[in-house]
Every structure is written in C-alpha cells, then in structure tokens.
Design a protein around this ligand. Structure first.
Ligand SMILES: NC(=O)C[C@H](N)C(=O)O
Length: 392
C-alpha cells in the first residue's frame, strides 16, 4: 500500500505557513523549518521505511512541496514568500573609529542602493555586486581600491574576486597594483580567460591588454592609510590587532529576479603585510562563493583565519545541511573564532532571497535592500530600516 497523504500538517508547519500568509519574517524559510516536523509526521503516517522526505521548491512557484522520498507523492504544500531581488553589502568587520563610522555607514547604504537599482531594472546579480563593490572601491573610506592599506614597503597591492552562482564561474586577481577597480579586473579574468586567478605583474599585464588604464599608485593612497602604515612600522607594533581595530574590506552578495546569486569581494589586504602576500579574498571558497543551488557569501576579517576554515564554503555547507542563511553564517563565524581565534563578518543570501549580515567582530558596516526597503546597521543587534528611495 502507498503512503497515506497527511490529513493535516503538524502544528509547527501550520504555524509557519500562517506566518507567511500574514507577511511573516522573510528570512524564515520553509525548507529547513519544515523538514523535521514533517519527518515525524511522515513516520507516523507512511508505510515506507523512513528516509527523510524531500522538500522541493519549484523554480518560479510560490508554493513549496514536501515530497515522499519513495513514491514522490506530495505530502503537503506550503506557501513560500518570494522576496527577490535582494542585495547585501559589507564595508569590513572590525572596530570602526567614531569619526569614520558615519562615512562607513553612508558608503554601504549608497552602494546597496546603487546595486539594487540594477536589480530593480532586471539586471543580473553579477552586474549588481560588481557595481556595488566598484562604488566602494572608489570611496576612500574603505580598505579597497582607493583607501587600501599599504604593505610593509608602503605600497598598494590589492586582491578581488567575483563568482557567478549560475555556472560556478569565478575570476580573481591577487597582489595587483595600479588599477582603480580590481573587482572589474577580476570579472574580466572570469569572462576573458580560461583561468580563475591572475596575480601581481601578470594581472597588471592582463589589465593593460584589456585596455584598463593604469593609475598612479599615489592616487590609491590616502593620508589615513599612510599614517597607519607608519604607525605599524614600529618594532613593537601589532598590525593584525591594529587591523582588527579598523578593517574595511568591501563585499556584496545579491539574488536577481531570476533567482541567480553572485558575490564580489575586494580588499587592500592586511596592514603592513609582506610584499606578495595573498589573503583570503581572491581564493575561491574563502573570500567568496556563489552557487545557485545554495546561496552566496562574501566575508571580511583576518584573511589567514578565513583561509584556514574556508569560511565562505563552510557557511554554504551549513546551508546545504538545512540551516538558514543566518544560522549558517553564525555557525561559520563561531567555528572560525573557536578553532583559529579569528574574527570577521559575512553577508550571505540564499536563492529565495533570505539574507544575513553577521559578524563576530565589534562592528561591521552593512546594508541590504529588499522589497524597496533599505536595512542597515553597524553594531551587533543594530537593524535600522528606511525606504530605499530616501537619500541619506
Ligand atoms: N579587511 C579584511 O577583511 C582583510 C582581508 N580579509 C584580508 O585578509 O586580506
């Protein structure tokens, strides 16, 4: 005999469904929450042996179906609130000095609006994250593009990555010099070469071949970056601690109206790093990852710690195991803190538009736009909203 379809959903399922109908929290998604109560009910009502039923989200439907693992019959249907498009930005995890906090917050809000403008006009997630990160690279308030921290010789070497969740195509540059927008060069590596990452002089040669103008190094260096470089040349300086105090790597994740996800991250790296040091940012799975089947992540924090735990892929692994974007981000950051004493932050999305901006550092400037609402914050627990149309 085949399985008996459920006569009524178990109480938790009905509560969740109700909260969607009433416009409940957009980041509460059916997949992870429904699986466990359904398993219990299924075992009670099915004659099949008990592997878990599958949750199936038809691509462009507002219903999510829970299927019997064996005979594929629909056990129950639950409405899913589709909240696309969405973009989430960070401006670096750390402790942002008071006098720079406002600038830092204003920049991420502006970049979130800029990226969302592209998504609203049916642009791709990739176009949106590259636009948002370009805006932040051009803003001297961040450690990326103009405003990058300096290496031990007082020079600028930058890292950037992009990844497209549709195809898993990715492009990156590391230790690149004298380009204004490393994120755009990373995109060209993805689109115009057979490789995933170009480094140092090879990356500069590629930029020239692509017609990207070389900019004077001085134009990328701010007084603030030079002051911090000098301070950290002292023999008793602790550049990692100093950086944990004032980071500003930038990153973005987005889901477009088609449900495609993408990520982009860009940085000047760690203060007074050795010449040629490559951080987490250009390393796939560390400084970013995007997969339409799971979601997208862009991190910030101590690069060596992020690399040791492959933070972006670790978070997506937790999402594959049924965790929400927020739970998975917290788990990844907690593991990095406990296992390698690394602090940082992430922005994360899933393909249905659930999103998270989470950090283990004292602060992280972040902003998101979804459903014409701008969300933003700086300290843990802070979450302000305003209309995405209002100008700050
Ligand atoms: N500010 C940062 O996030 C630094 C970057 N993750 C790096 O180590 O290169």
């Amino acid at each position: 005999m085949g399985p008996q379809p459920l006569k009524r959903a178990p109480p938790l399922v009905r509560r969740r469904a109700l909260s969607f109908e009433n416009g409940g929290s957009p980041d509460v998604h059916t997949g992870s929450f429904l699986l466990s109560p359904i398993v219990v009910s299924w075992r009670r009502t099915s004659h099949h042996p008990p592997p878990a039923p599958r949750v199936f989200h038809p691509p462009s439907s507002c219903m999510s179906a829970v299927l019997c693992f064996k005979c594929q019959s629909v056990l129950c249907q639950v409405p899913v609130k589709v909240m696309l498009p969405v973009i989430v930005i960070h401006g670096g995890a750390g402790h942002i000095p008071k006098e720079r906090a406002q600038l830092s917050c204003a920049g991420v809000r502006e970049a979130a609006r800029g990226g969302y403008g592209i998504l609203r006009a049916s642009g791709s997630a990739m176009d949106a994250v590259v636009e948002a990160v370009t805006m932040l690279e051009n803003n001297p308030a961040y450690n990326a593009g103009r405003g990058s921290v300096l290496n031990v010789k007082g020079e600028v070497e930058m890292d950037a990555i992009v990844m497209d969740g549709r195809t898993l195509d990715s492009g990156a540059v590391s230790a690149v010099r004298r380009v204004a927008n490393p994120v755009q060069l990373a995109r060209l590596v993805m689109e115009k070469t057979k490789h995933l990452c170009l480094t140092a002089e090879g990356a500069s040669q590629f930029a020239r071949a692509m017609g990207i103008p070389e900019v004077p190094e001085e134009s990328l260096i701010t007084d603030y970056a030079r002051m911090r470089w000098k301070k950290n040349l002292a023999p008793d300086a602790n550049p990692v601690e100093c950086q944990m105090g004032k980071m500003g790597t930038v990153g973005a994740v987005a889901v477009d109206t088609e449900g495609n996800v993408a990520c982009a991250t860009s940085t000047g790296g760690m203060i007074n790093k050795m010449e040629g040091r490559v951080g987490d940012t250009p390393c796939i799975g560390c400084g970013g990852y995007a997969d339409n089947k799971v979601g997208a992540v862009s991190p910030t924090g101590h690069g060596e710690a992020i690399m040791k735990v492959t933070l972006s892929r670790l978070i997506l692994f937790h999402m594959e195991q049924g965790r929400s974007a927020e739970e998975a981000s917290d788990l990844g950051l907690a593991y990095m803190k406990e296992r390698v004493q690394g602090l940082g932050g992430v922005v994360t999305v899933d393909p249905k538009g659930a999103w998270a901006a989470r950090f283990s550092s004292l602060q992280m400037a972040w902003a998101a736009v979804q459903d014409e609402q701008l969300h933003y914050g700086l300290y843990a627990g802070e979450h302000f909203t305003e209309s995405a149309q209002e100008q700050s």
